[in-house]
Design a protein. Structure first.
Length: 233
């Protein structure tokens, strides 16, 4: 049996970081070697930990910089923190390839959202009229959600039009966690594809899949599909 993959979690004290730590210690092929927070000097702490893969779950907008720090420490980045732009993702990809490493940027770890996006692409081929409704808890600051923007991009790609032309409606209301519905309208029929979440646990399997994927990744791709569909060899 090979040695467990050594993992460092950055943002370890947060909601997502706590979930990740719990899931990592619950499996035999991963080993939690560092739980890092705001007070730690990231690069030095990563180097000292011996981590092979770093998982960033901190504050929106910090993911790309933390990914660069990880690469500088020769640690493979998995960035779950919101707000990594496509340009930042490309810069991470270039930096990783330059040092022969890989990782993954994951805007959404949920299995259901990945499957929803696959179903949306199929439906978008048949229904030109489509709107996205994303509904989140009142504390979510960004709107539209990154996941909704990604859905619109996928629809635009399939339909050969700019993503901005796909209407997105954002609902922010107490009581909800995170739901997304994609509504397609045809002649005398409506197709609704809907994903609902009831707790952070929905991100657990994706977190583990992303960490395992990163161990063998070349470059830094974007999206949980790379992990669920298996590493590219
Ligand atoms: N990809 C996905 O599927 C997914 C799903 C859910 C959430 N998210 C994203 O994941 C991130 C974390 O979410 P959360 O709900 O866990 O937030 P949270 O509960 O606020 O936790 C964030 C943690 O990161 C720490 N932190 C902040 N800045 C840091 C820094 N510069 N260095 C080290 N640690 C730092 C915080 O420490 P302090 O308490 O000291 O500030 C806190 O412990 C957010 O960006 C969120 O949008 C992604």
């Amino acid at each position: 049996m090979s040695a467990p993959l050594k993992i460092a979690v950055v943002g370890a004290g947060g909601r997502m970081g706590s979930l990740a730590r719990e899931r990592i210690v619950g499996v035999g092929d991963l080993e939690l070697v560092a739980s890092l927070g705001r007070g730690d000097a990231l690069r030095r702490a990563l180097e000292d930990s011996g981590a092979e893969v770093g998982l960033d779950l901190t504050a929106a907008g910090q993911g790309a910089a933390h990914g660069m720090e990880m690469l500088a420490a020769r640690v493979r980045p998995v960035i779950g923190t919101s707000g990594v732009t496509c340009e930042e993702n490309e810069a991470l990809d270039r930096a990783a390839r330059a040092v022969g490493l890989g990782g993954l940027v994951v805007p959404n770890f949920s299995l259901g959202i990945w499957l929803l996006s696959r179903a949306v692409e199929e439906a978008a081929r048949h229904y030109p009229r489509v709107e996205v409704i994303e509904m989140h808890h009142a504390n979510k600051l960004d709107a539209p959600s990154g996941t909704a923007l990604n859905t619109a991009e996928r629809i635009g790609r399939v339909q050969g039009r700019p993503a901005q032309e796909v209407p997105i409606h954002s609902v922010r209301i107490p009581g909800l966690l995170s739901n997304q519905e994609v509504m397609f309208g045809g002649e005398g029929e409506v197709l609704r594809l809907r994903h609902e979440t009831y707790g952070l646990a929905c991100f657990g399997p994706g977190i583990l899949a992303a960490l395992r994927y990163a161990a063998a990744a070349e470059g830094v791709e974007r999206g949980i599909e790379h992990a669920f569909e298996g590493p590219r060899t």
